[in-house]
Design a protein around this ligand. Structure first.
Ligand SMILES: Nc1ncnc2c1ncn2[C@@H]1O[C@H](COP(=O)(O)OP(=O)(O)O)[C@@H](O)[C@H]1O
Ligand SMILES: [Mg+2]
Length: 343
């Protein structure tokens, strides 16, 4: 497929090109350069952040393919951290992080990490030492993220212990924002209804199609997000989309901080199987109202399958009046202008 870069992408591509050149130079000019052991300064890495669908992964992947540095490695950030934690559990030594970094550095002079996202205190507490050890071993790191460095691990437990890492990251990596430009994935779902009813196989299939369109067909993985020292379980996540059943989102005892954490960590939230509320289901209705309000305030994109149209979901019980606002927000959140808004 021929891809024509837009202006914002072209700027990032230029920076990646410059990095590719610098990497080539830092590999030394061959035998003679190594013979006189010319010390070449290690180029800075790149931290590419921006809204979903902007082409961050596409840009990083084409840079990775073209980069003339060996060995090199490209991996999903979440998978990378799982590997690190697994190694931590296995290695017995005085300096586990140093040993892990030795292993990683032997496998990659260039490490490309897709979708950096820090939601877990276990990750947050070792990232600083890990990246420091990698930088010390001459590993150049390139990452994509949908958050700026200052937005990483926002509201996480003991965040103050994480902040020195953010500062170091900004020293060791050039931070580039893929700002304007368009969401190339949006085109794939723009023609779809994003609030689907009634429930049934047709609605399920429709949400499956929308998920595939937004995640390039990735089934994704479960994720635990740290919220006030607890874990919020996200059953399915990929490409900044999170997918919940109504039961998992609103029958489980979740509260405002959970919905806020969702809004902070994902661009798009799927909620499947929203029922018509019975008068007795006032906790469920209240949580749903809270979830929608929170996602609305954060400008989050929403995909819903429900038993009925928004106005018909909650017509009995103590929350029926309040629900009128929710119904109107559910409608607004389906509009193309909502989806085009940059978070
Ligand atoms: N300039 C472009 N022209 C056409 N398609 C593009 C362009 N930029 C990105 N895409 C496509 O849009 C989709 C989203 O890009 P991706 O790199 O996955 O975004 P991000 O990582 O920022 O979420 C991908 O399928 C990608 O190939
Ligand atoms: Mg991506």
């Amino acid at each position: 497929m021929h891809i024509e870069l837009d202006a914002a992408q072209a700027r990032v591509a230029d920076q990646l090109d410059a990095l590719a050149q610098a990497l080539k130079a830092s590999q030394g000019g061959g035998f003679f350069a190594r013979l006189i052991s010319r010390k070449v300064e290690l180029p800075k890495g790149l931290y590419i952040w921006g809204h979903v669908g902007r082409g961050k992964t596409m840009l990083m992947d084409s840079f990775f393919e073209a980069a003339k540095v060996e060995p090199k490695r490209r991996v999903h950030f979440h998978g990378f951290m799982q590997e690190v934690h697994a190694a931590r559990a296995k290695i017995k030594s005085d300096d586990v992080i140093a040993d892990i970094a030795d292993g990683l550095a032997a496998k990659a002079k260039l490490l490309c990490l897709d979708e950096m996202q820090v939601v877990d205190i276990a990750d947050a507490m070792i990232l600083g030492r890990l990246f420091e050890a990698l930088w010390a071993r001459g590993v150049v790191i390139v990452t994509t993220s949908n958050q700026p460095p200052d937005g990483l691990y926002k509201d996480g437990l003991n965040r103050q212990l994480f902040l020195p890492f953010v500062a170091r990251l900004k020293e060791q990596m050039d931070v580039v924002h893929l700002g304007d430009g368009k969401d190339y994935r949006l085109g794939r779902v723009a023609a779809d209804d994003l609030y689907v009813f009634p429930l049934g196989p047709i609605a399920d299939a429709a949400l499956g199609r929308i998920w595939d369109g937004l995640t390039d067909g990735e089934s994704g993985e479960a994720l635990d997000i740290e919220v006030l020292g607890r874990k919020l379980h996200v059953p399915q996540s990929a490409h900044s989309c999170a997918r919940f059943s109504f039961d998992a989102l609103c029958r489980a005892p979740l509260a405002a901080p959970d919905y806020l954490a969702l809004a902070r960590n994902f661009d798009t939230v799927f909620v499947e199987q929203v029922p018509v509320f019975k008068a007795s289901e006032r906790n469920e209705a209240k949580r749903f109202i809270l979830a929608i309000d929170t996602l609305y305030d954060a400008g989050t994109r929403l995909v819903v399958s429900a038993a009925a149209a928004p106005e018909a979901l909650c017509t009995v019980g103590p929350h029926k009046l309040e629900f009128q606002r929710t119904a109107s927000r559910l409608r607004e959140m389906q509009s193309l202008s909502w989806w085009q808004k940059v978070a």
